[in-house]
Design a protein around this ligand. Structure first.
Ligand code: SF4
Length: 431
């Protein structure tokens, strides 16, 4: 197992994480920007609207990623910065206020408006936090206006969600000093997954349980020292920090991918709330058995196959752990745009010790290593997938793992299937 292709010596540096060696690379990156998060966030918070303050490029990105809805009014748009704005001739504050006034007059169902910064708005230094505070004063109490940056200058695509949720944290109500111990699950999950977890926590006797992001703007979860939070996504470093600043305590756990990951994630919450092992086993055993049964089906396709994970979403270490331990795949390299050492500590312990982890990106060097290793499957962003397919590699788009429900017991088989499908498709083409 994991008799790895040799990892060429990397010029950029090697760090330690516990006993684990992490290679750091710096160079050209191939990742989407944080605006991409709007695609799943606008579906999640059902009365929120995301107004990108950006260029036509930003508008194209978000429209093509989210799809143009013909019959429904979308809950995102772009206020396009024109040449006059970029040249400093127009009064951007006035123009933005007018756009927001028109939007909110036309769409009374909007209760929460995010002004989303972009590369152009950052380059010309538009102060969106000041604009949001000003517009909040005008439109309160009907609408709350917040801001965050989705700019691609320094961020990768999942960091848009982190920035969005971190912007929400200061608006969460303070819990009462005598509030019971509560659980906050943090990170956007498909509604079906959220409902499954809510039922499991209820059966375990863990209550109250709330989710961030919430489905409705008015349902802000209260937070404070009696709240514990459990990250459902690994890319929420700023949000976790903001919650800890409010006194909440993070529950250390791997992420709920696969039967094992879901069990360990739920078990960590159960331990924090004093649930007995007997009750935990009784509640989780049926769903865990279903998940393991579903995985058996896909293991026949995946076992022994070699996978190279390019850095894209920060999900890569958790996915590699799932693929190695539950699908018996061989990990050639785990790339991740950023590795949060503390939040990933449990994942790192579970990863095969000989699976190289590379943080950051030098895309040319990484492509060279991938070509030399000739993996059976490559997980990568859209920009790399087509060229690699043209070279004969089988690829999986990493962004699909954000758009698909993959967390929890009942999705473990679906998660494995996302990796089995391109291998099966390639096998059919080769017949
Ligand atoms: S925010 Fe930056 S990277 Fe993203 S679409 Fe706009 S210009 Fe491009």
């Amino acid at each position: 197992m994991n008799a790895l292709a040799p990892l060429p010596t990397l010029a950029n540096g090697v760090g330690q994480c516990g006993a684990r060696e992490i290679v750091q690379e710096r160079g050209q990156r191939e990742v989407f920007c944080g605006l991409t998060g709007i695609v799943w966030l606008h579906r999640k918070i059902q009365d929120a609207f995301f107004l990108v303050v950006g260029s036509r490029t930003c508008a194209h990105l978000i429209q093509s990623a989210a799809g143009v809805m013909i019959f429904a009014e979308p809950r995102f748009a772009t206020a396009i910065l024109e040449d006059r704005d970029l040249a400093g001739i127009a009064d951007i504050d006035d123009e933005l206020d007018a756009v927001v006034d028109r939007l909110l007059a036309r769409r009374p169902e909007i209760k929460l408006l995010f002004l989303v910064g972009s590369c152009p708005s950052e380059v010309i230094k538009i102060d969106l936090s000041r604009a949001a505070a000003r517009q909040s004063r005008v439109h309160a109490p009907r609408v709350r206006v917040l801001s965050y940056s989705g700019s691609g200058i320094e961020t990768t695509f999942t960091q848009g969600e982190d920035a969005c949720l971190a912007a929400l944290v200061p608006t969460l109500p303070q819990e009462a000093s005598n509030a019971p111990h509560s659980l906050l699950v943090v990170g956007a999950l498909a509604d079906v997954v959220e409902d499954q977890f809510a039922r499991l926590f209820d059966a375990l006797g863990i209550a109250p349980v709330r989710f961030l992001p919430m489905r409705r703007a008015a349902d802000l979860p209260a937070i404070g020292p009696n709240a514990s939070f459990l990250l459902a996504q690994p890319f929420l470093g700023d949000t976790a920090h903001a919650l800890q600043e409010r006194g909440a305590r993070r529950i250390e756990a791997p992420f709920p991918l696969g039967a094992e990951g879901t069990t360990l994630w739920l078990r960590a919450a159960a331990d924090a709330f004093g649930v007995t092992q007997e009750r935990f086993d009784a509640v989780t055993a049926p769903a865990r058995a279903r998940a393991e049964q579903a995985l058996t089906h896909y293991r026949a396709t995946l076992a022994g196959k070699r996978i190279f994970l390019f850095p894209d979403s920060q999900l890569e270490p958790a996915l590699a752990r799932f693929l190695a331990r539950e699908a018996a795949m061989e990990i050639v390299e785990i790339g991740t745009p950023y590795l949060h050492r503390r939040h990933m500590a449990s994942e790192l312990e579970l990863l095969p010790q000989d699976a190289p982890i590379v943080e950051g990106q030098h895309v040319e060097n990484q492509l060279d290593r991938c070509r030399a290793a000739r993996p059976d499957l490559v997980l990568c962003g859209l920009g790399l997938a087509n060229p690699l397919e043209a070279e004969g590699f089988t690829t999986k788009w990493s962004i699909e793992l954000l758009f698909s429900p993959i967390q929890g017991y009942d999705q473990a088989g679906d998660l494995a299937e996302l990796f089995a499908r391109p291998l099966n498709r390639r096998a059919r083409l080769e017949v």
